[in-house]
Design a protein around this ligand. Structure first.
Ligand SMILES: Cc1cc2nc3c(=O)[nH]c(=O)nc-3n(C[C@H](O)[C@H](O)[C@H](O)COP(=O)(O)O)c2cc1C
Length: 412
């Protein structure tokens, strides 16, 4: 096994074992159609040598939109042509594309989407602080159906597969988490394992019903979280074993929810930028912002886990022991030796990257020339905060990476 060897996800052959992990593009128009800026991001990634790209999360239905402006939709066949363009463009470079399909559930704002957030339960997200409407059984089935339709859109467009976003606190994850899912109906958590897999199972079945058994389905999961009670190691392994029984085509291992987003990303917390751009803070008064800097942020910072290279690898190794399915690990990979370590020493099938490919879309080509090359990404996390702005996602760290479109002067 080596990084630059072919490897498969289901029936899809990738030219190497490095994948672009789903990364919000912020480059769709108001109706969720990809714009020229969206295509530019994808073209650069394909030229940069990555084996496959997983798109940023797309909303499968209007009431599943995230709060960030510029999110692309997978909610309608009207978008077929847009994704056909992506498929054709990426395949010219032998780069595969998976559409990440998602429903935000309670992790969104009515003021941003025009819809009341919905949820597996009426429990609020500590971060979004909006009481969700509890999905009825009928509404839940409508969402399951919408996931199936989104996958059919991907298939008809010639994309190589879909990734179900079952991580980071979005709707599928809300059903999985015993700390959120307190239902007593058929979507309740399993009594033995505590994990609410029924919704995810029905979503996978809906995708297979619409697209057939051979259309690749990847699933991104969070190995643990910062909720109370937190998702335990045992529950994580139960979830992996469930996906093994479902015979999905790949499992990507991530961490956390948006309630503690800096534990998903890890790294710097750019406070000033958060107060200026963040969808929750930007409309607050100067007094509230002062209070946040003085009292809220110092408390929050204590909860955040410091950045470490390869921070989700221990979870991926645990998963490796209970499944033979392809495992993708994401989080904190910044040079070729780390990627090789995960693949060659730990038996993980693929490594995926987000921020390094924002900083340098050609990072993989650079690694191919020199395995010791270190990413220009310093995990400053300005790219993540700027998802709330109306600018397409890009690197805002100014010292190392040259970009003609970079705005200067964004500090902290
Ligand atoms: C700007 C930005 C946008 C992201 N958008 C998504 C997304 O749409 N879907 C998703 O599953 N993860 C998303 N993530 C999380 C990444 O896929 C990844 O799990 C995380 O950044 C850790 O990997 P890294 O250290 O390679 O950046 C995003 C991360 C960043 C920085």
């Amino acid at each position: 096994m080596d990084i630059f060897e072919n490897a498969s996800l289901g029936n899809v052959r990738l030219k190497n074992r490095i994948i672009r992990s789903a990364t919000f593009e912020g480059a769709a128009d108001r109706d969720g159609f990809p714009t020229a800026a969206y295509y530019r991001i994808f073209k650069k990634l394909a030229e940069g040598g990555v084996g496959a790209v997983i798109t940023g999360f797309t909303y499968i239905s209007e009431n599943g939109k995230a709060m960030q402006p510029g999110q692309a939709g997978s909610d309608s066949m009207e978008k077929l042509e847009s994704y056909q363009v992506i498929a054709g463009m990426m395949h010219q470079y032998d780069c595969k594309v998976f559409l990440q399909i998602a429903h935000a559930g309670r992790q969104t704002l009515r003021s941003a989407t025009g819809f009341q957030p919905v949820g597996a339960s009426e429990k609020k997200s500590a971060y979004f602080q909006e009481k969700p409407h509890v999905l009825t059984s009928e509404e839940t089935y409508a969402i399951i159906d919408a996931f199936g339709n989104a996958a059919l859109l991907a298939q008809k467009a010639g994309l190589d597969g879909v990734q179900l976003h079952a991580a980071h606190g979005y709707l599928i994850h809300q059903f999985l988490q015993p700390a959120v899912n307190d239902r007593t109906d058929e979507f309740a958590p399993d009594l033995l394992t505590g994990v609410g897999t029924v919704f995810l199972q029905k979503v996978i079945e809906a995708v297979r019903r619409k697209c057939g058994p051979d259309f690749p389905v990847l699933v991104k999961i969070s190995a643990s979280d910062d909720l109370k009670p937190h998702f335990s190691e045992e529950q994580f392994l139960n979830l992996v074993q469930f996906l093994d029984r479902m015979q999905v085509d790949g499992i990507e291992i991530s961490y956390g929810t948006m309630d503690a987003a800096f534990n998903i990303f890890r790294g710097d917390i750019p406070e000033k930028l958060i107060l200026r751009e963040n969808g929750i803070y930007k409309h607050k008064s100067q007094l509230v912002k002062w209070f946040a800097r003085r009292f809220v942020f110092p408390r929050l910072k204590k909860q955040f886990i410091p950045f470490q290279p390869m921070y989700n690898l221990p979870f991926a190794e645990m998963a490796r022991r209970v499944t033979h399915l392809p495992i993708i690990v994401v989080g904190g990979f910044r040079d070729g030796r780390q990627i090789r370590h995960a693949i060659c020493d730990c038996g993980i099938d693929f490594v995926s990257l987000s921020r390094p490919l924002i900083a340098e879309p050609d990072f993989v080509n650079k690694l191919n020339e020199d395995l010791d090359y270190t990413s220009a990404c310093v995990s400053c996390n300005r790219c993540a905060i700027m998802c709330d702005s109306s600018h397409p996602t890009r690197c805002y760290h100014h010292s190392r990476v040259a970009s003609p479109t970079r705005k200067t002067g964004i500090m902290n």
